[in-house]
Design a binder for this molecule. Sequence first.
Ligand code: KIV
Ligand code: ZN
Length: 428
Amino acid sequence: MDGSGICDVVVFDTTLRDGEQAPGFSMTTPEKLRLARALDRLGVDIIEAGFPLASSDDAEAVKAISNGIRRPVIAALARAAERDIVCAGEALASAQRKRIHTFIATSDLHLERKLHMTHDQCFNAAVAAITHARKYTDDVQFSAEDATRSDLDFLCRVIEAVINAGATTINLPDTVGYSTPDEIEAFFASILNRVPNADKAIFSTHCHNDLGLAVANSLAAVRGGARQVECTINGIGERAGNAALEEMVMVSRVRADRAKFTTRIHTQHIFATSQLLTEVTGQAVQANKAIVGRNAFAHEAGIHQDGMLKDRRTYEIMRPEDVGVESTTLVLGKHSGRHAVQQRMSDIGVTLTRAELDRAYRLMTTIADERKNVTDDDLRAIVAQLREQAEPAAAAPGSRKVAKAAGARPAAPDAPHALVEFGYGHGV
Ligand code: KIV
Ligand code: ZN
């Protein structure tokens, strides 16, 4: 943290591990390698490449990424068990910079119902795992699975012991997305305050999105003292996913006054990385997904389009090019206004008189009544129809089809009007 209260946050990307674990998101080794290259270009600090003991494919992918990607730290997941750690250590052998990430659940619910372990057994397994992992690398991360639902005294005891055993990063996952921002901020602040050797490790947050709070909780964890955030591209991950990398990073850019941390992410590569993930997994992001969704920089409402054309800051809090999106899209649909029609016509090289614009606008709304949006070809057809009406003798045979196909209403008589939007579409 510098004098301005701004701290540096390490970005740990787990798209290839937690993200890949989600149903429908599995990737082959060459696909993972392509994504790892994109994550490297994006500037993430750590790539969690897989869980080598989980499958031979995972082990192969971790090996390939360890071989091929040199700048970021490559992490491999391992349960707090000797064979997992051996497998992770071997898969990471050729990495330039490697991290073993070992975990065990610490909540009573997981210990009693899933692992059938006592606190003491869990404590001993955690310490033994760190001691073992340190034989492969001095960069060892410990995760207390279901940390946010764990007994705080026990959790603090485990954290102190694993730091003494050599853990350099302590990750406290909200494994089931149960926490809330106020709670997780207090949780991190209290643990950092209570664990006597907390200053010897970096604390990390890993939030799931079951209640849609993963990003809000991760931001709160940073306020509470976390200095590593675990996240995924497009927010993919188990169940409802993990905190979305693009959202975390853009909050820190757009609201630097509130989210006082910096990362080394090159934001102009965000969209391409998101698209690559979509291409590789075949899983599209929802249209209204923040930052990378198809509608994130699209405007259809007439008032919004008019505002955007006058000053984009009226309806955009960040520039699309800052995240690698080519440009804002003015979608022509039933909510659009004349100003956007004029702009889109000009984009396809057509200049309309005021009277033509009025008629073109009416034809556009007729098409939009029938379809979700209006394409450049529709606009060209509208222009052809306008020109044909203006010069009936010169009209091309068949050009009337446009109006017919669009079910166009007769064009309104020319009437001068100022180009001002008063409402949403349909000429209002
Ligand atoms: O959600 C979780 O607890 C995890 C751990 C393995 C880090 O993914
Ligand atoms: Zn997780």
